[in-house]
Design a protein around this ligand. Structure first.
Ligand code: BV8
Length: 250
């Protein structure tokens, strides 16, 4: 582990374009259950196809609206953890030295931005944002909890969560920013994602094809682990601060 941290830090010190892909695992230590942890994951409570799809909202807007409203309240009650803060520190350290740095997050909890990260692409949207089903108008200021589930929008539509559901395309701008960053990246770090959900799960391999050094930081093995140049097993809340300390060492 020590050697992998040393090697990762060496790559980062020389890096000109760094991309970090994050998943639910980086927010686990903030108290937000991940999707696939057997005991606590959201999947264990709800069938994702029941809730995280446009069809589910069509079929049962009350249940889906309530689930997202509860998740919004939950994440606003949580704080960024040492892992989020370490990535914000790494970004400011590397950009001060002229490097490019971007976080592509699959998380919808807003914790990277609250930790101070500047260049964050929320590829699956955000729990904090809602969108009208009629005009697409958006708001991040809806009352909490919502006065009713579902909650009517002023344009005659219904407010739906501003997240990307299964079967929905990712926001075009997010995909463009991700592809541009991956094409030119020289270090790609994947943190706390099981690598099961596409198209994001295809991005580590795309980075490798671009010639990037690839690193996976995860508590467990994932289907993508074999393709990474380095796999560092452990928790993001411990490993990321340790990595940043080594990058900042003269
Ligand atoms: C798309 C927002 C084009 C919502 C999310 C059939 C029909 C339609 C589509 C498909 C299909 N088959 C496949 C697809 C594509 C589908 C897909 O990939 N499905 C999977 C299940 C096979 N993808 C899509 O639909 C995407 N859109 O493809 O559009 C299209 C259009 C029409 C038809 C076809 C294609 C949209 C996907 C986005 C879905 N929305 N979130 C919400 O939040 O409710 S996905 C959601 O789940 C998250 O955003 C995240 O992406 C994913 C969860 O994954 P992770 O973040 O990785 O979390 P997970 O719990 O899985 O893993 C946590 C990891 O952390 C673990 O490895 C664990 O060990 C580790 N860990 C835990 N603790 C720690 C830790 N690591 C470090 N430290 C710790 N402390």
């Amino acid at each position: 582990m020590e050697q992998s941290l040393e090697q990762s830090a060496a790559w980062l010190k020389d890096a000109r374009h760094v991309v970090v892909l994050t998943g639910a695992g980086i927010s686990a230590e903030s108290g937000i259950p991940t999707f696939r942890d057997a005991m606590e994951g959201y999947w264990s409570k709800y069938d994702p196809e029941e809730l995280a799809t446009p069809e589910a909202f069509e079929r049962n807007p009350e249940l889906v609206s309530r689930w997202y409203d509860e998740r919004r309240q939950k994440v606003l009650g949580c704080e960024p953890n040492a892992g989020h803060r370490a990535l914000a520190e790494l970004e400011s350290y590397l950009t001060a030295r002229g490097a490019e740095f971007v976080i592509l997050t699959q998380n919808v909890d807003g914790l990277h931005v609250r930790a101070g990260s500047q260049n964050v692409v929320e590829v699956h949207g955000s729990l904090l944002r809602w969108r009208s089903t009629r005009s697409g108008m958006e708001s991040t200021e809806l009352p909490m909890p919502l006065p009713s589930h579902p909650y009517p929008a002023p344009d005659g539509g219904l407010w739906r969560p501003g997240v990307v559901w299964f079967g929905e395309n990712l926001p075009e701008e997010a995909v463009e920013r991700a592809h541009a960053a991956i094409l030119q990246c020289d270090v790609f770090i994947s943190v706390g994602t099981s690598g099961l959900v596409y198209p994001a799960a295809g991005w580590p391999a795309a980075a490798k094809r671009s010639g990037a050094a690839t690193i996976e930081i995860n508590r467990d093995v994932t289907p993508l682990s074999p393709m990474f140049d380095l796999v560092i097993r452990g928790s993001a809340g411990q490993l990321l601060p340790a990595l940043v300390r080594k990058v900042e060492q003269p």
